[in-house]
Design a protein around this ligand. Structure first.
Ligand code: NAD
Ligand code: ISE
Length: 345
C-alpha cells in the first residue's frame, strides 16, 4: 500500500467531480454520514450546480475543471461522479497525480477506455481505483451471496434478475438500459456466482410507450463459463417504482432477494408493500458502506472492492450486449489477459 494521504488531522480531504444526482448524494454522505473524511473541493461543468452543492460541505472550494480539482494540494482523493463519457480522463488524471479515486459506474463507456485505466493502474502496481458497483455492499445481496456460497441450495443453475426504474432522466437515451442500468447485473452476477460471463444475447419485446429514445424493456440472456444461465429484464420506464430482483435457482432450492419494501400494510380489504421510487432510497445503506470502505482504503493510499478490471469486464459485456441488441445474435465475450494486480486470490 502507498503513502498515507490524509491531512495533519487525520481526515481524508475528498474532491468530487460531478455534482449531479449521485454526486450531490455522495457530497452529503461524505459530509454528514461517513467518518474520517470531508469534502474539500467540488466541480461541475454546471458551475451554478457545483456552487449550490458546495454549500452543503463547509469549507469546500469550487473549481473550474476536474483537472484543476485533481491538482489541488488540499484534495487527497477524488470521487468521479460526472457522466460516464468523462470518467476516463479524470481517473487517468488521478492516477498520474498519485491520488486514490472512486469512480462511479460505468468505469467508462467503452472497453478500450477501461483498458487504458487498467493498464495505467497495473503499471503503478497497486490498487488506486474503486468502481461504484455498490450492490456488492447491499445487505440483501450479501445475504444472497452467503446462501449461494454456503451451498444451501446446491449448485446454482439459473438466475432470474429484474432491473426496473420508475422512469429515467432526459439524458438517458439509446443503449443506456444496457450500459447504465444492466451493467450492475453484469457485475453482480459475476460476483454472486464467482463465475465469468462468456456470451450474451438481447431480445426486444414490444416497446413500452413511455420509452422515448430508449429500447425498453429488454430481456438479456447471459451464459457463464460454469454453465449457469441468467435472464435479466430491464424496464426503465415502468412507472410504479424502483424494483431490483434476483433469484438464484439451485439443485435443491432457490434463494432470492426479499420483496421490495420492509413493511406490509393490510388495510381496507387490501395488502400494500411500500416500494422505493429510485436507487437513492433502495441502496442508501449500500452507498454508505461502499463509500466508507473507500474512504478507509484511500486514507492509506489505496482502494478496495470492485476493481478497474471488474469495471473493464462489465463494460465489455455491455458492449457485446449492445451489439447483440442491434443484430439479434448471440455474442461471445472476449477478454484481454488479466494483469497480475487483479489476480483472483
Ligand atoms: P447527473 O446528470 O445527475 O449528474 C452528472 C453531473 O456531471 C451533471 O451535473 C453534469 O453537469 C456533470 N458533468 C458532466 N460532464 C462533466 C465534466 N466533464 N466535468 C464535470 N462535471 C461534469 O447524472 P447522475 O445520475 O448523477 O450520474 C452520474 C454518474 O453516476 C454516471 O456515471 C451514472 O452511471 C452514475 N450513477 C451511479 C449510480 C449507482 O447506483 N451506483 C446511480 C446513479 C448514477
Ligand atoms: C443509475 O445510473 C444507477 O446506477 C442505478 O443504480 C440504476 O439502477 C439505474 O438504472 C441507473 O440509471
Amino acid at each position: 500500500m502507498g503513502s498515507v494521504t490524509v491531512d495533519a488531522t487525520g481526515v481524508l480531504r475528498v474532491g468530487v467531480i460531478g455534482t449531479g444526482m449521485i454526486g450531490e448524494d455522495h457530497v452529503r454522505r461524505l459530509t454528514s454520514t461517513l467518518s474520517g473524511c470531508r469534502v474539500s473541493a467540488v466541480t461541475d461543468v454546471d458551475a451554478e450546480r457545483a456552487r449550490a452543492v458546495a454549500d452543503v460541505a463547509p469549507g469546500a472550494r469550487v473549481h473550474d475543471s476536474g483537472e484543476d480539482l485533481v491538482r489541488d494540494g488540499e484534495v487527497d482523493a477524488v470521487v468521479v461522479a460526472s457522466w460516464g463519457a468523462t470518467h476516463e480522463q479524470y481517473v487517468l488524471a488521478c492516477l498520474a497525480a498519485g491520488k486514490p479515486v472512486f469512480c462511479e459506474k460505468p468505469l467508462a463507456p467503452s472497453a478500450k477506455e477501461c483498458l487504458r485505466i487498467v493498464e495505467a493502474e497495473a503499471a503503478i502496481g497497486r490498487r488506486m481505483v474503486q468502481v461504484g458497483f455498490m450492490r456488492r455492499y447491499d445487505t440483501a445481496f450479501a445475504q444472497l451471496k452467503r446462501a449461494v456460497d454456503a451451498g444451501t441450495i446446491g449448485a446454482p443453475l439459473l438466475v432470474h434478475c429484474a432491473h426496473r426504474n420508475a422512469s429515467v432522466p432526459g439524458h438517458f437515451v439509446a443503449d443506456m438500459a444496457i450500459t447504465d442500468s444492466a451493467v450492475h447485473e453484469f457485475d453482480i452476477v459475476r460476483w454472486l456466482l464467482d463465475d465469468e460471463i462468456v456470451a450474451v444475447r438481447v431480445l426486444k419485446p414490444r416497446a413500452n410507450g413511455h420509452g422515448r429514445d430508449v429500447q425498453d424493456p429488454l430481456l438479456i440472456l447471459l451464459e457463464t463459463a460454469g454453465g449457469v444461465l441468467i435472464d435479466v429484464e430491464t424496464s426503465v420506464n415502468i412507472q410504479y417504482g424502483y424494483d431490483i430482483r434476483a433469484e438464484v435457482v439451485g439443485e435443491s432450492g432457490t434463494v432470492e432477494l426479499p420483496q421490495a419494501g420492509n413493511v406490509v400494510v393490510r388495510q381496507s380489504g387490501g395488502v400494500t408493500a411500500l416500494i422505493a421510487m429510485d436507487w437513492r432510497d433502495r441502496f442508501r445503506q449500500a452507498y454508505d458502506v461502499e463509500l466508507q470502505a473507500w474512504v478507509d482504503a484511500a486514507a492509506k493510499g489505496g482502494a478496495t472492492g470492485p476493481t478497474s478490471w471488474d469495471g473493464y469486464v462489465a463494460t465489455t459485456i455491455s458492449e457485446a450486449a449492445v451489439w447483440s441488441m442491434g443484430t439479434g445474435s448471440r455474442v461471445p465475450i472476449k477478454l484481454e489477459d488479466r494483469p497480475v494486480l487483479y489476480a483472483v486470490s
